[in-house]
Design a protein around this ligand. Sequence first.
Ligand SMILES: [Zn+2]
Length: 145
Amino acid sequence: MSITRFKQPVRLDYQVPAGPTTDRFLTGILEKKLLGRRCPACRKVYVPPRGACPTCAELCEEEVEVAQEGEVTTFCVVNIPFEGQLLTPPYACAHIMLDGCDSPLLHLVGGCDVSEVRMGLRVRAVWKDPIEPTLASIRWFEPSR
Ligand SMILES: [Zn+2]
């Protein structure tokens, strides 16, 4: 017999500098606004915002507020529990294309049974109270129609 695996609790606290683009995004969150940036070349809007367009490499400086409603483009239902899991399965994670945005936002879909989640489902943001400067201030996206 050989020991190939053992449990070892590990904790690492660290701070990440937000930078000006993320700072503005998180400040918008505190106002319940979803702020993106538009590429001056291809005109795509990114949320969360990017300092530079991943396609064109152009600086994205134009700020754009996008809708808090959008469409599920793809999703998965998590049914299997795992160590360190914060939510109780089953729950749905989805790529949500917010109206006015060209990049999907990864978030939870809730407020409905996971069997109701599908591609094309219209959803809207449900905010937590109080709001903190994190995307987790959106509890989840729930069906809007
Ligand atoms: Zn671009």
